[in-house]
Design a protein around this ligand. Structure first.
Ligand SMILES: Nc1nc2c(c(=O)[nH]1)N[C@H]1C(S)=C(S)[C@@H](COP(=O)(O)OP(=O)(O)OC[C@H]3O[C@@H](n4cnc5c(=O)[nH]c(N)nc54)[C@H](O)[C@@H]3O)O[C@H]1N2
Ligand SMILES: Nc1nc2c(c(=O)[nH]1)N[C@H]1C(S)=C(S)[C@@H](COP(=O)(O)OP(=O)(O)OC[C@H]3O[C@@H](n4cnc5c(=O)[nH]c(N)nc54)[C@H](O)[C@@H]3O)O[C@H]1N2
Ligand code: SF4
Ligand SMILES: [Mo]
Length: 904
């Protein structure tokens, strides 16, 4: 919808908050494609009311054709679409002819639009006849899906975002909302400010940015959430805080669930010991929950990505059912969806254990309905392989053709090196992506260029079941096509002309809506029958709306289960009897526990956010965070390199020492790919252990060994033109991290060969220095510094040495933007700005206004003791607000420093 000619309303393509975006014409903006676009939050969108976080605010910088895949490629050669479509269709047909449809698989993504997902699922499960369709939502939301189905009989998020304003207690379990669902977190923070009694409790084994706003942080032993919530159930019963009427009228299985909870968690002491928490803290949490009716429990990957992820979900839901806190304003269990359209994927049935539209394989009569509706020649009858099994089947050679769309499994799947090896030997690997180089695309035999955000058109569903439109803002780059179009063309080329003749996304949406309504007498939760008759024009104008959308609820429904009726056979919600699983013991060979997760400014494998210079500045290099006690034990200091390893693989990362961690527990970001660092793909170190019910891998807990890494020399290299991977390999770097900056690339290298070879290396690279200097000790070269200046512009700069001294990196970057001054030329090889130069190299805190921690700390010292005052002085935190938790932390740090200065 466009409210004026120059305003297009669309939805952010990042997290499941699903913020509305308004793109309008502006004089200044990104170059190339989106040259004249200004991106702002949509004031009228009910998810964000105008707000955008740091990633959403930088969306304009991701538009354009730079780095994009613009043309199809078959076996390394560019080709036109007819050739590519024929290659895909014939490849799949041949595989089916020789090995049967079960040898074909698709691996999809919560970043596809619902329309893309719908046709992909239909093609595979109804026409090709293979059930091996799974998605990266298996790594993300699968445990929530199975938890919801066990408790409610359907995969339904009961509540809505408006519950936030009506709640007074927020319990965040395994969710760092401050960074990963920032706009919703800001809504929570606003409530905390407006209601003096409102409280935030964070349950997370590490101190995350979300803890800055928390009244209580339970830094529990990883993997003990079931015990904690079983303890809460026992406590509620003991304290007479149950809603007996709700339990009697609307649920089943309470007695068993309580008895099971009491076996391990009869007393708070038992819980405190098991979860490794102070007794007083557990009690404080339990009392808070017992006393506050308006409580929301929001959870995400610390819950889902575990071998007992489904049980964790049900442990939380049990407590809400026991108190009747569901289906009512201001309370409920609330699953925070990860990707922008993970929900849409669940709605079309894109997971391997679903058929379509909330119909799974347990009900033959309903399955037949799907076959009838689709007029499917080859309807599948039984579930297919879930993601981890799917790649194992490729590895075994059972699956011989796979089509991967909008996901980067070489980076995001557990045992990522095995996945790489499996794909390397798979006869047909088709990858649809928007960029030219991703780790997965680099192993594809057929590459298909897809439209990305700002170019594609369709719908997404956010965490609160709200369907919103994504609308095109720019023309297609090169030959890229919408994913649904590519899929339909392949289907037709395979001879399935009947089911795939869609002229546009609107027609697909209408069919999807009609399927949701087909013979649906209320037994299937997902029902958008009232949208089945939308015309193309109405689809174009569709305003955000929450499903179900039926004739009795044409405006959609914010909250479900208000009548106490659930989608189970009995109509009652189910308590699940749960026991905390025994925890694995660390082995002497791998004594440390590894956790992984997200950073504020990056999105997954960084294909989109990694090239945006301002987003790369928050945390430019891959790192491992560890407790000071472990740093002391291993003799490590901040910024050193360490090797983490286990049977699955090995990583090389920089050390960050932080008491945010529990001792013996490490945290690494999940984001780095081979495009940005040589040995930092987190998933290389995660095993393929999965939750037996959901099939979701345990991506939050692995065991590793740690070893200090000593390089012969390290270097900082800045180049105006990016170097190719082949050029970089000439350094034989053990460690390499690439950091895109606004006008140059910077590379950080650690090398084990001799520094004496450096001149030869530069020759091979055809980098001829115009300035250079070096130092030696006892005849051995200890440092080498060189640069090339042409037309008074810096072309490249290399600072290498056995001990790398401090440099003013911010200043060095700036030298690429303007002609060099005489002073700069003189100082260049020292790497230092000298007197009066901009020498703040501290961590970038506010990406919107480029404010660093040193400036912030100085302002705090001078009396700016609130985020408001800091904002006024330095502007930090005044645009998207994503850095507010970090500003709060810096203020608190300064206060405690002043306090300890006074007491000492
Ligand atoms: N900036 C940014 N935002 C994103 C994304 C992104 O890539 N970048 N991705 C989006 C997607 S797809 C998703 S799924 C969401 C994920 O959103 P979150 O779930 O918030 O993300 P994570 O950082 O992966 O993990 C959350 C927390 O779980 C904790 N945790 C680990 N083990 C346990 C445990 O045993 N118990 C408990 N209680 N906690 C544990 C971790 O320490 C971590 O702080 O974020 C979405 N938003
Ligand atoms: N260790 C560890 N591993 C994890 C996690 C973790 O917490 N820890 N989290 C897991 C979770 S929750 C998730 S969701 C996954 C995410 O992992 P992935 O899905 O692998 O991550 P992305 O980088 O978002 O991959 C999306 C790909 O699609 C491309 N793309 C973008 N838009 C389009 C489009 O419109 N069409 C097409 N065809 N391509 C497009 C992008 O360029 C990119 O290559 O990672 C999982 N892996
Ligand atoms: S919170 Fe940020 S990333 Fe998530 S949808 Fe909103 S603007 Fe996009
Ligand atoms: Mo996710």
């Amino acid at each position: 919808m466009s409210d004026t000619l120059s305003n297009i309303l669309t939805t952010c393509p990042y997290c499941g908050v699903g913020c509305g975006v308004r793109a309008s014409n502006a004089e200044q903006g990104p170059t190339a494609q989106g040259a004249h676009l200004r991106i702002r939050g949509d004031d009228a969108h009910p998810a964000n009311f105008g707000r955008l976080c740091v990633k959403g605010s930088a969306l304009g910088q991701t538009l354009g054709t730079s780095g994009r895949l613009l043309q199809p490629e078959v076996n390394g050669a560019d080709c036109d679409w007819p050739t590519a479509i024929r290659a895909v269709a014939e490849g799949l047909q041949q595989t089916i002819a020789e090995h049967g449809p079960g040898a074909v698989a698709m691996y999809l993504s919560g970043q596809l639009l619902t329309e893309d997902y719908y046709v992909a699922n239909k093609l595979m499960k109804g026409f090709i006849g293979s059930a091996h369709v799974d998605t990266n939502s298996r790594l993300c939301m699968a445990s929530t899906v199975t938890g919801h189905k066990r408790a409610f009989g359907a995969d339904v998020v009961p509540g809505c975002y408006d519950d936030i304003e009506q709640a007074s207690l927020f319990v965040l379990v395994g969710a760092n909302m401050a960074w990963n669902h920032p706009v919703l977190f800001q809504r929570i923070q606003a409530v905390l400010q407006a209601k003096p009694d409102a409280k935030l409790v964070v349950i997370d084994p590490r101190r995350s940015a979300s803890c800055e706003a928390a009244h209580l942080h339970l830094k529990l032993r990883p993997g003990t959430d079931v015990l904690l919530f079983n303890g809460l159930l026992s406590f509620l019963a003991q304290q007479g805080k149950l809603d007996q009427r709700f339990i009697n009228l609307h649920t089943e299985g309470f007695a068993d669930a309580l008895a099971s909870a009491q076996l391990q968690a009869a007393t708070v002491e038992q819980v405190a010991i098991g979860c490794d928490l102070p007794l007083e803290q557990v009690l404080q949490f339990y009392r808070c929950f017992a006393d506050e009716t308006f409580s929301l429990t929001l959870f995400s990957q610390g819950v889902n990505q575990a071998i007992d992820g489904t049980d964790k979900v049900n442990a939380i839901i049990n407590c809400h059912l026991a108190t009747g806190r569901i289906g009512k304003p201001g309370c409920g269990p609330f699953s925070l969806t990860g990707q922008p359209n993970a929900m849409g994927g669940r709605e079309v049935g894109g997971l391997a254990n679903q058929l379509a539209a909330h119909i799974d394989y347990s009900n033959p009569a309903q399955q037949a309905l799907v076959g009838e509706f689709w007029q499917a020649p080859n309807l599948v009858a039984t579930p297919g392989y879930k993601a981890v099994e799917l790649f194992q089947a490729i590895e075994r050679g059972e699956i011989k053709a796979v089509w991967i769309m909008a996901t980067n499994p070489l980076v995001s799947m557990p045992q990522a090196d095995k996945v790489k090896a499996a794909l390397a030997k798979c006869p047909l690997v088709i990858v649809s992506d928007i960029y030219q180089h991703t780790d997965t695309l680099d192993v594809a035999s057929i590459k298909l260029p897809a439209l990305g955000w700002g170019e594609k058109d369709g719908t997404v569903t956010n965490s609160e079941r709200r369907i919103s439109r994504q609308r095109a803002l720019c023309p297609p780059p090169g030959q890229a096509k919408a994913d649904w179009q590519i899929i339909c063309e392949v289907a037709r080329a395979m001879g399935f002309s009947q089911g795939f003749n869609f002229a546009n996304a609107a027609e697909i949406f209408a069919e999807h809506a009609a399927l949701s309504a087909y013979q649906n007498n209320g037994e299937r939760a997902f029902n958008i029958s009232a949208l089945a008759q939308l015309s193309a024009e109405q689809y174009q104008q569709l305003a955000p709306i929450q499903w179900p959308v039926t004739d009795s609820n044409p405006q959609g429904m914010a909250r479900l289960f208000a009548d106490g009726r659930f989608f189970t056979a009995s109509g009652r919600a189910q308590f699940i009897a749960l026991r905390q699983r025994g925890l694995t013991q660390a082995t002497p060979a791998t004594p440390l526990w590894l956790n992984s997760g997200r950073l504020r400014d990056q999105w997954h494998s960084m294909t989109r956010t990694g090239e945006v210079a301002s987003l790369m500045q928050h945390r430019p290099e891959p790192f491992v965070s560890l407790h000071p006690a472990d740093a002391a034990l291993y003799g490590l200091s901040e910024g050193e390199l360490v090797q983490l390893s286990n049977a699955s693989g090995c990583l090389l990362l920089r050390v960050e020492i932080s008491d945010n961690q529990r001792p013996s527990e490490l945290f690494i970001p999940m984001h780095w790919s081979a495009q940005f660092a040589s040995q930092a793909r987190a998933d290389v170190l995660f095993a393929a252990d999965t939750d037996p019910i959901s099939g979701q891998p345990a991506l939050k807990l692995s065991q590793v060994a740690l070893k200090r890494f000593v390089a012969n020399w390290q270097a900082l290299l800045f180049t105006r033109q990016p170097l190719t991977p082949e050029q970089l390999q000439l350094f034989s770097p053990h460690y390499l991290a690439r950091v895109p900056l606004s006008d140059c690339q910077s590379y950080r290298l650690a090398v084990t060969t001799s520094l004496a070879e450096i001149s030869l290396l530069l020759q091979q690279l055809q980098l001829a220095p115009t300035l250079h200097c070096n130092d030696s000790q006892h005849g051995e070269l200890t440092s080498y510094r060189a640069a090339a200046i042409r037309d008074n512009q810096l072309q490249w700069l290399l600072l290498a040495g056995t001990a790398l001294t401090d440099t003013d990196q911010v200043w060095l970057n700036q030298q690429f933007t303007a002609p060099l001054s005489l002073d700069s030329r003189r100082r260049m090889l020292s790497g230092r700005a000298g007197q009066g130069g901009p020498v703040d190299n501290s961590a970038l805190i506010c990406s919107c206004f480029n404010v660093r921690s040193k400036a912030i700390c100085q302002a705090i010292k001078k009396g700016a003791d609130s985020t408001a005052k800091l904002g006024k002085q330095l502007q930090c935190g005044t645009n998207c607000g994503s850095c507010l938790p970090e500003l709060t932390a810096l203020i608190a740090q300064q206060k405690s420093k002043e306090l300890s200065d006074v007491t000492h």
